[in-house]
Design a protein around this ligand. Structure first.
Ligand SMILES: CSC[C@@H](O)[C@@H](O)C(=O)COP(=O)(O)O
Ligand SMILES: [Zn+2]
Length: 209
């Protein structure tokens, strides 16, 4: 069971690396198990070449429960995954990638949120409305990652996000879902939407709500 989850993360990471969304060591992926512990990528690993030993198993409160390589440290952004799992108990996977488009669109914001175009792809993120007005929350990027996590907790406790995703400004996107496969799907959908936003701007199309 545990190995299976790590295999899903290795597979997704290789795909994202090939697409340029996890260049070098960028990004981190995690998957939660029924006992509420989660496997997360160890910090600083090349995301195109992960192996089973490149993961650390953590508790939801941040303790290391299992570490196949004593040199491994959990991802520097583990506290963001913890925040997501504690806010959304139905989340079983949390994926974070760094595409060029995610960084670009994180600057096209209005009151700390990115308006998403009302395109069909939103259905894959759970939005089934005609001409929906959907926003993606954008958080400031701090060197101290727990500061970002704290902002996420505070904001989402007050306002639930429209879709299971968030942006960190000039940094990347994070999504969550009830399975690793669904999280992979969410990453592909949000990245498509980001490419669409960038292309629409280049074409001079106004897609603001
Ligand atoms: C290319 S370094 C990017 C890191 O600072 C960070 O943002 C990241 O996504 C990967 O950090 P990691 O500690 O390997 O999980
Ligand atoms: Zn990152």
């Amino acid at each position: 069971m545990n190995t299976d989850l790590r295999q899903s993360l290795i597979y997704a990471s290789r795909q994202f690396h090939q697409l340029g969304w996890m260049a070098g060591t960028a990004g981190n992926l995690s998957a939660k198990m029924p006992d509420n512990s989660f496997w997360i990528t160890a910090s600083g690993k090349q995301k195109g070449k992960l192996v089973t030993e490149d993961f650390v198993r953590m508790s939801l409160t941040g303790e290391i429960l299992e570490n196949p390589d004593p040199n491994n440290k959990p991802s520097a952004e583990t506290s963001i995954h913890q925040a997501i799992y504690s806010l959304f108990p139905e989340a079983n996977a949390c994926y974070h990638v760094h595409s060029v488009e995610a960084k670009l669109v994180s600057n096209f914001i209005d009151h700390e949120q990115l308006p998403l175009p009302p395109i069909e792809m939103l259905k894959g993120l759970g939005i089934w409305q005609e001409n929906p007005k959907v926003y993606l929350p954008v958080f400031e990027n701090y060197l101290q990652v727990p500061r970002i996590s704290e902002d996420i907790i505070q904001r989402f406790k007050q306002t639930s996000p429209d879709v299971p995703a968030l942006l960190i400004r000039n940094h990347g996107v994070t999504v969550w879902a009830d399975s690793p496969e669904a999280a992979e799907n969410h990453i592909e959908l949000v990245e498509y939407i980001f490419r669409y936003i960038v292309a629409a701007r280049q074409a001079g199309l106004n897609i603001q709500h």
